[in-house]
Design a protein around this ligand. Structure first.
Ligand code: SAH
Length: 460
């Protein structure tokens, strides 16, 4: 797989500074899936070309699993795909970030650039390729390849040799390639979770919001996962379309309707506040704060000195903000609270320095394979003294008259746990990260199926 980038900016060899790779040398980098080599087939004052050759190790791909046939008949080593995006992010990270120690201004300056991709899979054909790059100002030329020259009847393949020409800062070109190559390929070689939204927004900054194909780009970039796409679009579009997250809101109402007859939410809040006070936690971070149910109560109570709400959903934070606005707080009260957008499966310095973290009805919204990442983010990196985690007790569901048998309480729940499942998880987390944990039922306890909500109180 070969990507070349050529400039006729003068002196053209300054491309070496921008890429942070010397034109006289061939450099190789080991990646988890193979090797990347960077070298310059030509480097004169007038014209300079840098080449990124990606050597994807097919044996490593096979070890990664997959179906039998796919393991051995794979186009991955030969075509531009998410492997190339990862290589750009790892090997050319400084250039991708628009930084250049020696020529900081040049890094921000539009220069004439031509990118060539030897084999780019375009699901959606040449038309879609043009729909992606032309609105960004590129001249696109694409040469299609037949499936097999000996059998013209088989028709065209999805592979194109592509040339993209534009005058723009190098970091913009790299960001466009980073995002749009996997979009064209309509695939990714790795698990796509919440942090992928953050990558998309970071590398799409300044161009994705106004791109006419932003919905398709977002959907394909996030491997067509509906929930992620919805969250990403809500953040991209920000407030110009308040309906984007209305589905999430109606689901929240659905859950509230199931639990309402017993005012479970109130009992949950009371239990959380009592546990926070017992731990003397004055600085509290509410992870997955949603529309601010708990934040409102914390803010009205003078005991709590610093209150932070975190959520991945921009729309939920907007609603939380509106609800807090309605409390008509004084300036002093306002200074105690902040809302931040973030993903709980992504290490984040902003989560550190609190007496307690609350994670109220959130873990069941995380994909099970991502739970391990969340555990590390909270218990290994943020390390609050106290952590309160609540989650539904699935055993209790048979007691809800308005919940059909076998259905979870909320459409977005990935799982709901029995008491022993929750306790096994919590005990193992406590042991791994040096915490103790005790359990508390929330809501009326049934002798057989327990309480509707279960809470784990972790202490360091
Ligand atoms: N704690 C609130 C909201 C619970 S609903 C309450 O008790 O009312 C679950 C919330 O978790 C939603 O607002 C959802 O946007 C958020 N969420 C889900 N996955 C997340 C993630 N990976 N990072 C941050 N927030 C997440």
């Amino acid at each position: 797989m070969l990507l070349t980038i050529t400039t006729t900016h003068s002196p053209a060899t300054e491309l070496g500074y921008l890429l942070h790779k010397h034109p006289d040398r061939c450099q190789s980098f080991a990646l988890s899936f193979g090797k990347a080599h960077i070298f310059y087939p030509e480097a004169s004052r007038e014209k300079c070309t840098a080449a990124l050759l990606l050597d994807v190790d097919p044996v490593k791909l096979v070890r990664g699993g997959g179906t039998r046939l796919k393991q051995y008949v794979s186009d991955r080593p030969y075509v531009a795909s998410s492997f190339l995006s990862v290589a750009i992010a790892q090997v050319l990270s400084t250039a991708l970030g628009g930084r250049c120690k020696d020529l900081p201004e040049l890094a921000q300056t539009p220069i004439p650039l031509v990118a060539k991709l030897s084999a780019l899979p375009c699901r959606g054909g040449e038309e879609f390729l043009r729909q992606l790059f032309e609105p960004l100002g590129y001249s696109v030329s694409a040469e299609g390849h037949s499936l097999d020259e000996k059998f013209p009847d088989w028709g065209q393949s999805q592979y194109f040799s592509v040339e993209l020409q534009h005058t723009l800062p190098l970091s913009h070109l790299l960001s466009h390639l980073y995002v749009l190559i996997p979009v064209l390929d309509d695939d990714k070689h790795y698990w796509v979770g919440d942090e992928e939204i953050e990558k998309l927004l970071r590398h799409g900054e300044g161009w994705l919001t106004t791109h006419p194909a932003r919905e398709q780009i977002t959907r394909r970039y996030l491997k067509r996962q509906q929930r992620l796409t919805r969250l990403a679009l809500a953040q991209l579009i920000e407030s110009d379309d308040p309906d984007v997250d209305s589905a999430e809101e109606s689901h929240a109402k659905e859950e509230a309707a199931v639990e309402k007859p017993m005012s479970l939410n109130q009992q949950r809040m009371d239990a959380v506040i009592a546990a926070l006070k017992q731990s003397n936690a004055k600085r509290v971070i509410d992870l997955g704060c949603g529309q601010g149910n708990l934040l409102k109560i914390l803010l009205k109570d003078g005991f709590f000195e610093q209150i932070t709400g975190v959520d991945v959903s921009y729309r939920a934070l907007e609603v939380a903000q509106e609800r807090l606005d309605r409390l008509r707080l004084t300036r002093n009260q306002w200074e105690r609270v902040q809302l931040i957008q973030g993903a709980l499966t992504y290490q984040d310095k902003r989560f550190s320095g609190y007496d307690a973290a609350t994670v109220i009805e959130v873990i069941e919204h995380l994909d099970l394979p991502r739970l391990g990442a969340f555990e590390r983010v909270l218990f290994e990196f943020a390390q609050p003294k106290t952590v309160l985690v609540t989650t539904p007790n699935i055993e209790y569901n048979i007691k809800f008259e308005n919940l059909p048998a076998g259905k979870l309480r909320h459409q977005d729940h990935r799982f709901e746990w029995t008491r022993s499942q929750f306790q096994n998880w919590a005990n193992q987390v406590a042991e791994s990260f040096g915490y103790t944990v005790e359990f508390q039922p929330i809501g009326t306890e049934d002798p057989e199926v327990g309480s509707p909500t279960q809470m784990g109180v972790f202490k360091r």
